[in-house]
Design a protein around this ligand. Sequence first.
Ligand SMILES: [Zn+2]
Length: 75
Amino acid sequence: MPRILLLIILGWLLYVVSKRFIAKIKPNEPTKTDDPEAEKVVACSQCGVHIPENESRLIGDVTVCNNPSCQEQAK
Ligand SMILES: [Zn+2]
């Protein structure tokens, strides 16, 4: 009988530890996509400033920054 109890306790401990281990890994997955190094950086064709690709604007086939004068010159 104590052997069975020991097995149950061991099984429960394994379950709790593995659950914690999985919970520790999972929250790290979305933060990986937020890594600034993973973001592509492009240069403005007018002023040469480097900006993230999602903040840049594509006018025709040139990439410009959010500066209105750069966007005017690219037209
Ligand atoms: Zn610019």
